[in-house]
Design a protein around this ligand. Structure first.
Ligand code: PEP
Ligand code: MG
Length: 572
């Protein structure tokens, strides 16, 4: 029977395909009884998994973060648990006496221990149950030979649509290789990094569907309408035909836009606008070139670090940065230093328990707290700088001290390289992301130390309006047109223009055509967005008159009634 579910539209377009249910709850394991002869083999499987996890933990100890006391305490605890009779011997016992498969034996024992932990009064001990769950998760992952990201089936004919409770940005990035047509998830917000990756892959997606994983069956035919935020399950032939028609119409419209590729982005009154690309991995450079981007406005380097067990070393990073710079000769390439944390976790570090990860040790705070890791990235960037027009961008600045510390770290890396007689460009522009209200209010100070600014509206909205960008329960409050947001963006642009410091917007606002005229009117002359959006935004620019918009936006900024503001933006 056909039915429709409504969620949040996070990535436009239509996808039609077969559902592939993805369980991310690794602990939902199969339960089966093995034959008496297979008991020894099952015990051996468990032993092998224990040895492999022990080796993994030893490797983790060598990661730069292991110098952090919390991380090393965590590793010690996990090693101890790996030999804990209450967990391991008891699991062996389940295999021996009840012939459970190893995964089931572990999960059963884990459930028992967790129940006991729950009755303990001491909050510290009660919290230790998370350690048990994490260790069992590691063991089960090993037993299942889990490759570390969502495994995909390949199919002929109709595409595959991934249906999951949640997907991490690292999972989603692998969809590039797996010919996934679209995805639907129970949870997620419109500007979560998973949604951003979906848009950059031009992958139709609907999130915040609540129970989609429970109501859809594997192999059901699904339509994902990423523009309206609708998932149609088992559509009848009439609906299917209608959507197939709409899908091909959209493809025709997209291919018409391709004619704009070679046209320079200029307004009717002759203002040249820079349209740059946001990329997550070096291979995205191809899409940037295809859409004739004026350069890379944001390379989110954290995606090189995510979804893997070992971090990229200096040479691997150098190769990645160099390939982007060489891929766009003569065009600026803005590479952002690591913006790890919140919904972009490093494997093995998910374990740091933060009540408010978005307010925690992320981005530049993390880099400054991990000087070894930061030094490696800066050295790789400096070495790559001779291959093109590199600009370095620092995420999540909130204080002048962070700028000064970053400048000092760059100087130290330069001194080292000079001593080693390694070449690098001396004058690499350093820029800062304006994505915390404190930074937006400090622009006049920051521009004295920075050569360019980039407004990250995704986080600026999250932090100004105090709404978690990944939480679908508050998505309705996520409002780029809130007068407070408009004021912060407008002031930042105006202050940069006055100071003669180039400013761009690289948050999602820049790629939404509904905001193009507004941002032009605020004085913005550089936009950075996922490559798939460049041509649509260019079309808007070609129809706009910058001087006229500037006068209209100046008037609109005097309004304080949100309804009238929305109305005025709609009429721009
Ligand atoms: C932003 O916050 O707007 C931004 C571009 O950075 P990210 O989305 O990677 O946090
Ligand atoms: Mg950000």
């Amino acid at each position: 029977m056909s039915f429709t579910i409504h969620g949040l539209p996070v990535s436009q377009g239509i996808a039609i395909g077969h559902a592939q249910l993805v369980s991310h709850a690794l602990l939902e394991v199969h339960h089966y009884v093995v034959t008496p002869r297979a008991v020894a083999k099952e015990l051996e499987r468990l032993n092998e998994a224990i040895a492999a996890v022990g080796a993994e933990l030893n490797l983790l100890r060598k990661a730069p973060s292991a110098t952090h006391s919390e991380v090393s305490v965590f590793i010690d605890l996990q090693q101890m648990l790996l030999q804990d009779p209450m967990l391991i011997d008891a699991a062996r016992e389940h295999i021996n006496t009840r012939r459970c498969n190893a995964e089931w034996a572990l999960v059963q024992q884990m459930d028992l221990l967790v129940e006991q932990f729950d009755t303990i009064d001491d909050p510290y001990l009660r919290e230790r149950k998370a350690d048990v769950v994490q260790l069992v998760e590691r063991l089960v992952k090993n037993l299942l030979g889990h490759p570390g990201y969502v495994p995909m089936r390949r199919r002929e004919g109709l595409g595959t649509i991934v249906v999951a409770h949640d997907l991490s940005p690292a999972d989603t990035i692998h969809f590039k290789d797996a010919q996934i047509a679209g995805f639907a998830t129970d949870v997620g917000g419109a500007t979560s990094h998973t949604a951003i990756v979906a848009r950059s892959l031009a992958l139709p997606a609907v999130v915040g569907l609540h129970h989609v994983r429970h109501v859809v069956n594997d192999d059901d035919i699904l339509i994902i309408d990423g523009t309206r935020g609708v998932v149609i399950v088992a559509p009848d032939s009439r609906v299917l035909e209608e959507y197939q028609l709409r899908k091909s119409q959209l493809e025709i419209e997209r291919s018409k836009l391709k004619r704009l590729r070679s046209a320079p982005a200029a307004t009717l009154d002759g203002e040249r606008i820079q349209l740059c690309a946001n990329i997550e991995l070096p291979r995205d450079t191809q899409a940037a070139k295809l859409n004739e981007a004026d350069g890379i406005g944001l390379f989110r380097t954290e995606f090189l670090f995510m979804g893997r067990d070992e971090l990229p070393d200096e040479d691997e990073q150098f190769e990645a940065y160099r390939s982007v710079l060489k891929g766009l000769p003569g065009r600026p390439v803005t590479i952002r230093t690591l913006d790890i944390g919140a919904d972009k976790a490093l494997r093995g570090m998910e374990t740091r328990c933060e009540a408010n990860p978005a307010l925690g040790l992320r981005a530049i705070r993390f880099s400054l707290a991990e000087p070894k890791m930061f030094r490696t990235q800066l050295r790789a960037l400096l070495r790559a700088s001779v291959y093109g027009q590199l600009k370095i961008l620092v995420p999540m600045l909130s204080t002048l001290t962070e700028i000064k510390q970053t400048l000092a770290a760059i100087e130290r890396a330069k001194t080292e390289l000079r001593a080693e007689k390694v070449k690098f460009a001396e004058a690499i522009p350093l820029g800062g992301m304006i994505e915390i209200p404190a930074a937006a209010l400090s622009v006049n100070l920051f521009v004295r130390y920075l050569q360019f600014l980039s407004i990250g509206t995704n986080d600026l909205i999250q932090y100004t309006l105090a709404i978690d960008r990944t939480d679908e329960a508050v998505t309705h409050l996520y409002d780029p047109w809130h007068p407070a947001i408009l004021l912060l963006v407008y002031r930042t642009i105006q202050a940069s223009v006055r100071a003669g410091v180039p400013v761009s917007v690289c948050g999602e606002m820049a790629g939404e055509t509904a905001n193009t005229r507004l941002l032009l009117g605020m004085g913005l002359r550089e936009f950075s967005m996922h490559p798939a959006q460049i041509l649509e935004v260019k079309q808007e620019i070609l129809r706009a008159d910058a001087a006229e918009l500037s006068a209209r936006v100046a008037k609109l900024m005097k309004l304080d009634d949100p309804e009238r503001v929305r109305d005025a933006i709609g009429r721009l």
